[in-house]
Write a protein that binds this ligand. Structure first.
Ligand SMILES: *Cc1c(COP(=O)(O)O)cnc(C)c1O
Length: 228
């Protein structure tokens, strides 16, 4: 299948799921994760109508962004070293992996005057040691401290569920992130409207959508994982 065909099939599936659970499919954004694939294939995704591109490394992400003449809206989804912020800040419109104050400080420092850095706070809901992100109980105090960094805007929370052969097993992780999102959002913090949920990948996006995901990050099932 071409990327265009895969995208159409994915959009149909999203609509079906949303109709079944009475959600507006317009609230779901597909981020095509192109970290495994070439520039050509990333271009094919843009040509197929993909708007949001997800990359997890500063070097390769910036190279692609330059090669594709700045098309698309770019999402940084991997763990971000503070020293790489300078490289990506004017190219990536969304940061999905804000997980520490030192990173917030650097993002705030490098943000062009008058602009905002649009962020998701990454949460390690499952507690797996190999996963990045804050523990759930750290999230509210962390977000309150972000108030000091005037250009940081927290639009939502992000998580990665553990890989499960049976995606149903990821449901409690997504459900907990959603509850936490609702909690933060209810605080009505000006710098943290926190309405969005970045969760769900190729294997588990259906469950994530049922639990309220608004940004799903799809790599292998959409653009593939086999080309370099
Ligand atoms: C690689 C990656 C994805 C996409 O993974 P697939 O299983 O290929 O869909 C999503 N989110 C993050 C943070 C990733 O690193």
């Amino acid at each position: 299948m071409t990327i265009k065909e895969k995208l159409t099939a994915l959009q149909t599936e999203i609509e079906d799921i949303c109709n079944r659970i009475n959600r507006d499919p317009g609230t779901v954004h597909i981020v095509a994760v192109t970290k495994y694939v070439s520039e050509e294939r990333t271009k094919e995704a843009l040509d197929a109508g993909i708007v949001h591109i997800g990359e997890n490394r500063a070097e390769s992400g910036v190279e692609k962004w330059e090669a594709l003449h700045e098309r698309g809206v770019w999402h940084f989804i991997g763990s971000l070293q503070s020293k790489k912020v300078k490289k990506i800040i004017d190219k990536f419109s969304f940061i999905h992996s804000l997980d520490r104050l030192s990173l917030a400080e650097e993002l705030d420092k490098r943000c062009p005057d008058g602009q905002k850095v649009i962020c998701f706070v990454q949460v390690n809901v499952s507690g797996e040691e190999t996963k990045a992100g804050l523990h759930p109980e750290e999230v509210v105090p962390f977000i309150k401290k972000l108030m000091d960094f005037h250009s940081i805007e927290v639009i939502g929370l992000m998580t990665m569920a553990p890989f499960e052969d049976d995606p149903e097993k990821t449901r409690p992780v997504f459900r907990e992130l959603r509850k936490l999102r609702d909690h933060v959002s209810a605080l009505n913090l000006k710098h943290a409207p926190c309405k969005e949920l970045s969760m769900g990948m190729s294997n588990d996006f259906r469950i994530a959508l049922e639990e309220g995901a608004t940004y799903i990050r799809i790599g292998s099932a959409l653009v593939g994982a086999d080309t370099k």
